[in-house]
Design a binder for this molecule. Structure first.
Ligand code: BGC
Length: 751
């Protein structure tokens, strides 16, 4: 053995751990063992040493620490779940916490980032990677080995109260960003979860509703997001969802868990149930569920009507294994998956411990960056008689600014439920509406006041605030001011859907909204010289006043630095670059599902492949703002497009983008494809994009690679992706409805 090989062997041995070194890692000591194989081997060795009781202890949680249910939990652990370790074998416990937009644990100083939907509006995989890394750093500092933050359910139903936790309506965008986020998290030695698998696209009757969907539709829409997320991100955990899919609960669904996830996608991690989403022992175990959460609550009781709090994976699973209805080999497989995941992602050899501190300056700086890059400028018109659009605001030219509504004097809104993040210094404003079944959560405004940030940008202007409750007073003040900035909010949370995309008023959300926001905006729009609306919301909102205001800035739930980011964008210190990851319709009636039924448990995906923009395109419905849309303070031109394909059907699209304006800016150039006629496909689908940052006048040649798989259709007869022969129209443009988009055709042969 050479010296180099020897060093490599020693490194492998160290990685494999003592005393399991040789037996566990096995193989030829001359050849390095790849980390996956090494993790598998070590896990197998541990499983071989475990008693049945120890194995059972690893496949279910012991309660909900943050609800004080079950336990005991280690000191300092207060997340959503906990699985104790096996000290005699050196197996550490795994504490897990929700982390959709930051660590959801109170009083620990976690950074509240902009929502996941906001992140999706950046279309930026690097930012998503950093977002995953940021949350992982904080999770680890607080003692959590697993983050439950990877929501990718598609916005089939934008009134879903969890829309803010997910990544919009397109499978490729969601899947790609999800994978980037997972990679960022797991690089920091925290296990990432992707959820909720699958077709858990609304909250109404979420535990009893049955998503009825055909195979091709699921594979080309929601499951494609998961497929990309799982294959490219290799998350350690996939969380199965509350709902049924085609008549079978997702957590005991062999098609989803075994056929697709494990057999087809080669998933080697852990299938974890959503909290109380498991309803069986044998069926779930045989279908592929590996971990029940929150598991066995012991003597603790929980009083939520309809919630199935039985633990099916503790004594019941032991009995089933003893009786042989669940083979020991299956229990071993569950434990093997858990251990290999812990080993592979570094939480076995380097388990996090609670009590660390969070670098809030770094957290705030990152939150600000995400908010700046995720806001979407939806409208920017020119005041009559003026030369320039109203935005960016020119501070020296302003002597009076009226800021109205949305609690802009104190903070910015966030979403609620397990995807919320408790405010560090207490909430600026708290409402407390109907609690969700598991989480008593209240609308939270973080203390990041847009009013103060706006005033700081324009020190010579008189800045006044009206809380919006008196529309006439606000409108009168707006009439006297150089500019009126109205803040509008839409709160949403887990467990409850919105009844409408209408901006909430005092009837729709009486706990958080004391006036009619649409009436306020309409009133201000009739008097103000210049009126700008800033939105803080989780789902799209309807804008009956859109034609009467000059500008609309979509800020989403912008996180703990939201006020600053909004001011930076309004005054042009940051040039907006976000693009909509979700269509904004003109009215509720334009949605594929007219209403969310409270009584019909069948959720029929009768729109088929027409998810999101595909629906509006196919039905020729003009959205208010289309998918992919977003303005900048500069303009970009596209030219010189070409498209070519290799023999495998992978397509490369190239074109040039030029910044035609006088400000630096970033453009998210999007590539869509129209598939050959006769395949039953929607008019177009997103197949790639690139974000380019350009100085004034600068041009850049952009190349977007489109893998053949993204041009394929699902063949439900043979259960495979199929690349169909024919002419493919590739479209490059600034949104899904860019009338100046470039096109180029490529011919592909069938595969
Ligand atoms: C949610 C999950 C969450 C879990 C643990 C459930 O109610 O659906 O997204 O991770 O609770 O808090």
């Amino acid at each position: 053995m050479s010296r180099k090989q020897n060093i490599r062997w020693i490194a492998t041995a160290i990685a494999c751990g003592v005393p399991l070194v040789v037996a566990a890692c096995g193989g030829n000591s001359d050849s390095p063992v790849d980390p996956d194989t090494a993790a598998d081997q070590r896990a197998a060795s541990l499983v071989a040493q475990m008693t049945t009781d120890e194995k059972i202890g690893m496949v279910h949680g012991t309660g909900v620490p943050n609800q004080g249910l079950g336990g005991p939990f280690p000191t300092g652990v207060a997340g959503a779940g906990y699985i104790p370790g096996v000290p005699r074998l050196g197996i550490p416990g795994v504490a897990m916490a929700d982390s959709s937009g930051g660590v959801n644990v109170a009083n620990v100083g976690a950074t509240a980032l902009p929502s996941t939907l906001a992140l999706a509006a950046s279309w930026d995989p690097q930012l998503a990677n950093a977002y995953g890394a940021r949350t992982a750093t904080e999770l680890r500092a607080l003692g959590y080995a697993e983050g439950l933050g990877g929501g990718v359910n598609l916005a089939r139903e934008p009134r879903d109260g969890r829309t803010f936790e997910f990544m919009g309506e397109d499978p490729v965008l969601s899947g790609t960003l999800s994978a980037a986020r997972t990679n960022g998290t797991q690089a920091e030695k925290v296990i990432a979860t992707i959820k909720h698998f699958a077709m858990n696209d609304q909250e109404t009757n979420r535990s009893t509703s049955n998503s009825i969907i055909d195979e091709r539709t699921m594979r080309e829409t929601e499951l494609l997001a998961f497929e990309i997320g799982v294959k490219q991100g290799q998350p350690g955990s996939v969380m199965c969802s509350y709902n049924l899919v085609n008549g079978t609960h997702a957590c005991e669904n062999p098609y989803l868990l075994t056929t697709v996830l494990q057999n087809e996608w080669g998933f080697k991690g852990v299938v974890q149930s959503d909290w109380f989403a498991n309803h069986s022992t044998v069926a779930a175990a045989l279908a592929g569920l590996d971990e029940e959460e929150p598991g066995d609550l012991g003597s603790a009781t929980i009083n939520v009507p309809g919630l199935d709090v039985t633990s099916y994976f503790s004594s019941a699973l032991k009995a089933a294994v003893t009786a042989g209805s669940v083979p020991m080999s299956r229990l071993n497989d569950m434990v093997q998956r858990k251990l290999r995941t812990m080993i592979r992602h570094g939480v076995f050899d380097s388990p996090p411990t609670p009590g660390g501190s969070i670098d809030q300056m770094a957290g705030n700086a990152f939150a600000l960056q995400v908010a700046q890059q995720s806001a979407v400028l939806l409208k920017n018109a020119t005041q009559s008689g003026a030369q320039q659009p109203v935005l960016p605001l020119n501070a020296p030219g302003l002597s009076s600014i009226v800021v109205i509504g949305g609690h802009a004097d104190v903070g910015v809104l966030s979403g609620g439920g397990s995807g919320g993040v408790p405010a560090i210094n207490g909430n600026a404003v708290t409402g407390c509406p109907q609690p969700s079944p598991l989480y008593t959560s209240c609308a939270t405004w973080y203390k990041s006041a847009p009013l103060a940030a706006i005033a700081a940008k324009a020190p010579n202007a008189k800045v006044t605030y009206f809380d919006g409750t008196d529309a006439n007073a606000a409108a009168s003040a707006a009439a006297q001011a150089d500019v009126a900035i109205v803040f509008a909010t839409q709160w949403e949370q887990e467990g409850v859907d919105l009844t409408s995309l209408r901006l909430p008023d005092n009837t729709m959300d009486p706990s958080n909204q004391s006036y009619d926001q649409n009436a306020l905006i309409a009133a201000v729009a009739t008097t103000a010289k210049r009126v700008i609306v800033v939105l803080e919301n989780g789902s799209p909102v309807l804008m009956p006043w859109a034609g009467n205001v000059h500008a609309v800035l979509e800020a989403w739930y912008p996180g703990v630095q939201g006020g600053q980011a909004i001011a930076d964008l309004l005054f042009g210190d940051v040039n907006p670059s976000g693009k909509l990851p979700i269509t904004f319709p003109q009215q509720d009636a334009d949605l594929p599902q007219p209403v969310i039924s409270a009584t019909d448990m069948s959720v029929n995906y009768s729109e088929g492949l027409l998810m999101g923009y595909r629906w509006y395109d196919a039905k020729q419905i003009q959205p208010l703002f289309p998918f992919g849309f977003g303005l900048s303070y500069t303009t970009f031109s596209y030219s010189g497009m070409s498209a070519s394909a290799n023999r495998a059907g992978n397509v490369t699209v190239t074109f040039t983008i030029q910044n035609k304006g006088s400000l630096a800016g970033a453009e998210i150039a999007q590539v869509y494809a129209t598939l050959p006629a006769g395949l039953g496909e929607p008019p177009k689908r997103l197949v790639g994009w690139q974000k380019v940052i350009l100085q004034p006048g600068q041009s850049q040649l952009v190349g977007v690679s489109v893998p053949a798989m993204l041009l394929s259709t699902w063949d439900a007869t043979n259960h495979v992706w199929k690349l169909n022969g024919g002419a493919y129209q590739m479209i490059a443009g600034t949104s899904s409805r860019d009338t100046n988009a470039l096109t180029a055709s490529v011919s592909l042969s069938s595969h």
